[in-house]
Design a protein around this ligand. Structure first.
Ligand SMILES: Cc1cc2nc3c(=O)[nH]c(=O)nc-3n(C[C@H](O)[C@H](O)[C@H](O)COP(=O)(O)OP(=O)(O)OC[C@H]3O[C@@H](n4cnc5c(N)ncnc54)[C@H](O)[C@@H]3O)c2cc1C
Length: 452
């Protein structure tokens, strides 16, 4: 059944970081925003995010004596991507990142005083909001509603309303099957990645064989599909947030290997029983290095001393079910995990000898992370690359306008967050996803305001 049409200045398709920040900003600018959310609660990936925000030149950094700036962040992001990402988008992101933390504080979020170094830099520029993703979603949803936004839950956007070459609104469907036309001057595609669309993931991502995807929300690629409907130029569908490693199937696990891997003192071997990296490298590099190993599979190996030292190493249930292998010697552990015993034992002997000397001659792991495995039993945890979601979609300009193949904006159409192209191919640092989504959601509202 069709419900009466609604009118708005801007409709956001998806209530994650991009849609909620966009709706708050729209409200501040006196614009009427409608936010459509396919599921029964707001948040998508934003809800399960750890609440890290990347920013250079913040008051938090200054208070800790950390020298940094928007320019420093810009250079880092451009160099990390070998200048393959879009300088105009990164410029906006870098310039607005520190002010955005203040804007978020003004909405009611608070940030931890400490600032962390992630990625391939030692500069500490990763901030964390108190209460992480859930707090962001709660605060921003309430704030958007206070400012007049209408958030329609269980209401999925189906297609754009096109008038000539102009986007004039969205057709949505409620859980009861009713359709609603929302006519608007601008539509913001903020529907997140397509990590739950197996067909597209298989077709586009470089992670073809084995991986674990942990994204939340609807994540079927509706933002990309709707951008295509309007004739947008689509790019970077092979880009994703590859972020270290997980067990191949997380169903029923009592522990998440991702947390287990935070310690970085374990050894990682591939199915040939060989190490292939310094186990402490940046999370994105870890995932990509693992992806090119035989069968994209590896094993984290640890001994009893390591297991008892880390509160996350509680995997008794996984040992009992056989998902984590346990044995008294390296040879037995290799047999249990199906690894070549001689090669595996030789790898561990070499690692242990280096660790006792405080030197990793093969991969240069820092001495402080080198600990010989010499206290049985030993454990082997199977790992495949962990992917948080995809990040390709329509190309946008620095005002979040969706671009057509010739580079001209598609009138009335904006995009922000994980369903946009141009920000990165390999994830440059924790804190990038929330920041780019939040900033460009706001940029969309600001540009629309300027056009009225
Ligand atoms: C476990 C995890 C931890 C993370 N931690 C961090 C972190 O600490 N810091 C950081 O910067 N990044 C982090 N990220 C990445 C970050 O969460 C994302 O980059 C960011 O949240 C993306 O925001 P978004 O608004 O684009 O998408 P989302 O937050 O995913 O929101 C998209 C929303 O759109 C909805 N939707 C989809 N299709 C439709 C439709 N047709 N109609 C209506 N609604 C629709 C979805 O249900 C969803 O709610 C993490 C990701 C994961 C998975």
């Amino acid at each position: 059944m069709a419900q009466p049409s609604r009118q708005a200045d801007i409709v956001f398709v998806g209530a994650g970081s991009a849609g909620l920040s966009g709706a708050v900003r729209a409200g501040e600018l006196g614009l009427k925003a409608v936010v459509l959310e396919k599921l029964g609660s707001c948040g998508g990936d934003t809800l399960i995010a750890a609440g890290f925000w990347l920013a250079g030149g913040t008051r938090f950094q200054r208070a800790l004596g950390i020298e940094d700036s928007a320019d420093g962040l810009y250079r880092y992001l451009m160099e990390y991507s070998s200048y393959r990402c879009r300088p105009d988008l990164i410029r906006v992101l870098a310039d607005r990142a520190a002010p955005n933390l203040e804007w978020l504080e003004s909405q009611g979020l608070t940030f931890q005083a400490d600032v962390h170094a992630h990625g391939t830099t030692s500069v500490r520029r990763v901030h964390q909001n108190v209460g992480m993703g859930p707090q962001y979603v709660k605060v921003m949803k309430e704030r958007a509603e206070q400012l007049g936004a209408e958030i329609l839950l269980k209401t999925g956007a189906k297609e754009l309303i096109l008038e000539g070459d102009r986007v004039a609104g969205v057709v949505a469907e409620t859980a009861a099957g009713d359709t609603i036309d929302i006519r608007a001057r601008g539509v913001g595609l903020t529907a997140g990645g397509f990590g739950k669309n197996d067909e597209w993931v298989g077709e586009h991502l470089p992670f073809k064989s084995r991986y674990t995807m942990v994204c939340a929300g609807w994540a079927r690629g509706d933002g990309v599909r709707m951008a295509r409907q309007a004739g947008a130029d689509i790019a970077d569908l092979d880009a994703c947030i590859a972020y270290k490693a997980e067990m191949p199937d997380t169903a029923g696990l009592s522990m998440r290997s991702f947390y287990l891997l935070l310690a970085r003192d374990y050894v990682v071997v591939n199915q040939l029983g060989e190490r292939f990296m310094d186990e402490s490298i940046w999370n994105a590099h870890f995932a990509h290095a693992l992806n090119v190993q035989p069968n994209a599979t590896a094993y984290a190996v640890l001994d009893e001393t390591m297991r008892t030292a880390n509160p996350f190493y509680d995997f008794a249930k996984e040992v009992e079910s056989g998902r984590v292998k346990k044995a008294g010697t390296f040879a037995e552990l290799a047999r249990a995990a199906g690894l070549p015993a001689d090669a595996f034992a030789a790898t561990l002997d070499r690692y242990n000898a280096g660790a006792r000397e405080g030197q990793d001659r093969e991969f240069g792991k820092a001495a402080g992370l080198l600990r010989p495995l010499e206290n049985p039993p030993y454990y082997a945890v199977e790992l495949v690359p962990l992917i948080l979601n995809t990040v390709g979609g329509p190309r946008i300009d620095a005002r979040a306008r969706v671009l057509g193949p010739g580079g001209a904006p598609v009138p009335g159409l904006y995009a922000a967050g994980n369903n946009t192209a141009g920000f990165y191919d390999s994830y440059p640092s924790t804190g990038m996803g929330l920041q780019m989504s939040s900033i460009f959601g706001q940029v969309a509202a600001e540009h629309l305001k300027q056009t009225l």
